[in-house]
Structures are given as structure tokens and as C-alpha cells.
Ligand binder design. Structure first.
Ligand code: HEM
Length: 484
């Protein structure tokens, strides 16, 4: 479907290629990447999606609910996301529909079962934070791949939510899960040629073969959980997302669901919804944690300020809690700055105009793809002072005591009807995992290793590079046990 604003596409494509440090460096490093990125820019131009830049305007479009004109579609990444989601039976890559609304509602009520912001979720996260700190204590002062440990911690939170289960370190199923997740992150939505020319599927493709293998592995694990949940299901054993979806399906079959006639919540919908929460819940949060540690290595003074704030607010006799969050603006500001400078999803997920509409002075025809250039919103020099610099202070008032929003050009979780479903949970995790680790440890670059460059790899999320850290136990904690 041809859209209206051609120049916009060119300008912004050019901007993505030139303004972005991350993509730009990739361009210099890998010629093949250059071709693909440039080609994508050209192809996007030919199919004329609409790119949005201005912060207020983008927010306006995303929250525009009256005609509900703009919603998500998977047009751009159709082949890989169809494989991942059994043709859009999930939430994130599904088109807007009454069934999609129903799936979102089900997930919302499952999340509220855990009482977002309330004790149950907090205690699950703190348990994982304690386990993370135990591992860091065992491995302290030796070079450690902290990403794997953080992934396990975040995975276990999401496993508790989805399946009421968790993994121990070294568990073979967990290792398999790490592998297939990485394969999916590496291959989905990276604007591979097969997404642009679906007919290329007839030719052998390494990426597509890897994705198929990873999805197969994921589906085996999901199916196993599904079978176990079905076998043990009773109405009063609804302790996780999977059983809560099962209950909704049973209610629906008993005509008790609030679904419109003709709509069907199939096993595939149920499995893909869980897979979605799993995928969206693990990769995003882990990625932000990795970027956070990477920036703390680059800015030891920021790390020290967070530790001073922790020492004053929490002290050494107890562990950080969610209620400390309101008294720790500097840590909160640091998290906001990480989400600004390295947005997890630099182009969000493509949206689509459901009806003919207008964005400012531009007419947007029904069916046009609307790509929100979050990278450019977060790095706009008109909105941000020295946007390339990591500076948590920009989110604090002059006294440095209160959080402050310097610009509307900031949408790390999107906005409107397709806003991230896990924003509250993610913010809880980011705060607690960072607070627990920094209360006890100081992160530094291990001897013999170099400072990791803040260069991302574009895929379904903007991935941080691999790096090792040394976690040194702070003086006050030496010789103490960690329990929760
Ligand atoms: C720091 C962590 C996270 C970030 C930065 C993040 C960011 C985002 C963004 C930018 C979108 C797309 C919005 C759009 O295209 O308009 C999104 C969608 C989504 N996120 Fe997150 N997310 C995070 C964590 C989570 C978690 C923990 C969950 C699940 C518990 C989750 C579930 C979802 C879902 C289901 C969608 C699709 C919503 C829809 O299409 O209706 N996210 N997220």
C-alpha cells in the first residue's frame, strides 16, 4: 500500500543511517550490513511507509484513540514473525482485532493476579535478585559473563508468571532456552531480505533455517508446559498466565467469555500469547540490564552516586524494596537515561493506519505503515542537550532531588493502545535487580579486558555487545551471607 510521505521516508532513513552511532558503526564494520541497511532504506522508500519523528506528534499518533487510526501490523517482518507467532496468533505481532483485544485483556488480568507493584511480584523478583547476588559472590573478582546471570534472573521472573516454575543455574532446559532465544533474537525482524521479498523463502536461507529450528525447540518446551497444565488444571489452581488462559478458554467453550460470536481462542492463540509474554518479557528487560551495566563500566562516577544513594536510603541492614524507589531518584534517572540512549526497540514495531487519517499536515491513507523512529526521538538535538552523552542528571531537577521529564520526545515503552504490556513489571525488575546488585557489588572491567564499546546490534531488540565484568564485593558485605 503506497503511503503519502516519500520525502519523510528518505530523510528519516538517511537519518537512521547517519545519525545513529550504533547503526553507523555497524555500517563501517560490515560491508554486507551496509548493503542491507541501505537496501532496506531504499525498499522502505519504494513501499513508502510513513516515518514519524517529532516527539509530541508521535505520542499524539500513538495515543490517538478516537478513530483508533493507528495500530500495529507485521507487514514489515511478515515472514519471520508469522513463523514465530503461527501467523499472528500472539499479541505483539497480531493485527488489531476484537480477538487481539481479548488476548490483551486476559494478559492484563493475569498480571493483576500477581498484583503489579504489589507484594507477590516483588517477592518473586527479590528472590531472583538474591540468587543473582549469590552467584556474583561466588564468582566475585573473576571475569564473569553477567549477561547470562541476568538473563536467568529475568527468565525466572517470567517463568514464575507464565508457568509458576523457575530454573536453577546450569539447568539443561534453561541452557536450551537461552540458545533458542538468542537464535530468535538474531533472526526475527532484522529486516532480512526474506521479509522484504517473501518469495525468497523458496531458496535455502541460513537465517530462516535457524529460526525454524529455534521456534521448534521453543514450541516443544511450550507444549510440554501446556500438557502439564492441562493435566493438573482445576478452577482453584490458577496460579500463572498459562492456567489463567486455560480457564478463559474453558469459560469461552461454556459460552461465558465475553467473546463475540464466531471468535475462537484456539490452543495456538493460547500458546502464542504465552510465548509472546515470554519473548517480550525476557529479551527486553535483560537487554536494558546489560546496557545499564555497560554504561556503569563507562561511567564509574554514576555507579558511585547510585551506591551513595543506596547507602543513604537502604543502608546495610536490609535489602532494597520497591518502596525505596520513590526515595532513589538518581537510580531511577539512570534507568531512564539507559532507556533513552539505547532504546530497546529503536523503530518500535511497525504500526498501520486502520482508516484514512491525518498526521499534522500529512494525509495518511488507510493501510499505510507508520514507523515511529524512536531512535531519532531519543537523539533529537532540538529536544535533548548533547543527546549522544550519557547523563542521568538530565532527568533530575536542578537540585538533583526530583525526577523530571525534560522532553516529550521520549517513548521507551511506546504509547497508546499498543503500549508495552509489561512496563510496570519491567520497571520493577530494572529497579530491584540494579539496586540489589549495586548495594553489594561494584562493577569494573576485569584486568586484561577492554571497556566494551556501546555499539548495538540491530534485531528484534537493539542488542548490547558481549562483555565480561568483575563484581567486587563492597566492604560492608564482606563475610556476610545473602538470604532473603
Ligand atoms: C525494559 C523492558 C521493556 C521495554 C523497553 C519494552 C518496550 C516495548 C515497546 C517499545 C513495545 C512496542 C510498542 C509499540 O510498537 O507501539 C512493546 C510492546 C510489548 N511489550 Fe514490552 N517492553 C519491555 C518489557 C516487557 C515485559 C516485561 C513484557 C511482558 C510481561 C512486555 C510485553 C509486551 C507486549 C505483550 C507488547 C505488545 C503490545 C501490543 O502489541 O499490544 N514488555 N514493549
Amino acid at each position: 500500500m503506497a503511503a503519502f510521505i516519500r520525502a519523510g521516508a528518505l530523510d528519516v532513513s538517511r537519518e537512521i543511517l547517519s545519525q545513529s552511532e550504533v547503526l553507523d558503526r555497524n555500517r563501517h564494520q560490515a560491508n554486507q550490513k551496509t548493503t542491507i541497511v541501505s537496501l532496506v532504506a531504499l525498499l522502505l522508500l519504494l513501499s513508502s511507509p510513513v516515518f514519524l519523528e517529532g516527539g509530541k506528534r508521535a505520542t499524539g499518533i500513538l495515543v490517538q484513540t478516537a478513530p483508533r487510526a493507528i495500530t500495529l501490523t507485521t507487514n514489515n517482518w511478515q515472514v519471520t514473525t508469522d513463523l514465530l507467532t503461527r501467523n499472528g496468533k500472539d499479541i505483539a505481532f497480531a493485527s488489531y482485532s476484537p480477538l487481539w483485544k481479548f488476548q490483551r485483556k486476559l494478559v492484563h488480568s493475569a498480571l493483576s493476579m500477581f498484583g503489579e507493584g504489589a507484594e507477590l511480584l516483588e517477592s518473586i523478583i527479590c528472590q531472583e535478585a538474591a540468587s543473582l547476588c549469590k552467584t556474583l559472590t561466588l564468582e566475585h573478582d573473576t571475569p564473569l559473563d553477567i549477561a547470562a546471570e541476568m538473563t536467568r534472573a529475568v527468565t525466572n521472573v517470567v517463568c514464575s508468571l507464565c508457568f509458576n516454575s523457575s530454573y536453577r543455574r546450569g539447568d539443561s532446559e534453561f541452557e536450551a532456552m537461552l540458545q533458542y532465544s538468542q537464535g530468535i533474537v538474531d533472526t526475527v525482524a532484522k529486516e532480512s531480505l526474506v521479509d522484504i521479498f517473501p518469495w525468497l523463502q523458496v531458496f535455502p536461507s541460513k537465517d530462516l533455517a535457524l529460526l525454524k529450528k529455534c521456534v521448534e525447540k521453543r514450541d516443544q518446551l511450550l507444549q510440554q508446559q501446556f500438557t502439564e497444565h492441562k493435566e493438573t488444571f482445576t478452577d482453584d489452581s490458577v496460579l500463572d498466565l498459562m492456567s489463567s488462559l486455560l480457564r478463559a478458554k474453558l469459560n469461552m467453550e461454556n459460552n461465558n467469555s465475553g467473546l463475540l460470536p464466531g471468535m475462537e481462542l484456539t490452543d495456538d492463540h493460547l500458546l502464542m500469547t504465552v510465548a509472546d509474554i515470554f519473548g517480550a518479557g525476557v529479551e527486553t528487560t535483560t537487554t536494558v540490564l546489560k546496557w545499564s551495566v555497560l554504561y556503569l563500566l563507562h561511567y564509574p562516577e554514576v555507579q558511585q552516586k547510585i551506591q551513595e544513594e543506596l547507602d543513604q536510603t537502604v543502608g546495610f541492614d536490609r535489602y532494597p524494596q520497591l518502596s525505596d524507589r520513590q526515595h532513589m531518584p538518581y537510580l531511577e534517572a539512570t534507568i531512564r537515561e539507559v532507556l533513552r540512549i539505547r532504546p530497546v526497540s529503536p523503530l518500535l514495531i511497525p504500526h498501520e493506519a486502520l482508516t484514512d487519517t491525518r498526521i499534522g499536515e500529512y494525509d495518511i491513507p488507510k493501510g499505510a505503515r507508520v514507523v515511529i523512529n524512536l531512535w531519532s526521538l531519543h537523539h533529537d538535538e532540538k529536544e535533548w542537550d548533547k543527546p549522544g552523552e550519557f547523563n542521568p542528571g538530565r532527568f533530575l531537577d536542578e537540585q538533583g532531588n526530583k525526577l523530571y521529564s525534560p522532553s516529550p520526545s521520549y517513548l521507551p515503552f511506546g504509547a497508546g493502545i499498543r503500549v508495552c504490556m509489561g512496563e510496570v513489571l519491567a520497571k520493577m525488575e530494572l529497579f530491584l535487580f540494579l539496586a540489589w546488585s549495586l548495594q553489594r557489588f561494584t562493577f569494573s572491567v576485569p584486568e586484561g579486558e577492554t571497556l566494551p564499546a556501546p555499539e548495538g546490534k540491530f534485531g528484534v531488540v537493539l542488542q548490547a555487545p558481549k562483555f565480561k565484568v568483575k563484581a567486587t564485593l563492597r566492604k560492608a558485605w564482606q563475610g556476610l551471607e545473602i538470604d532473603q
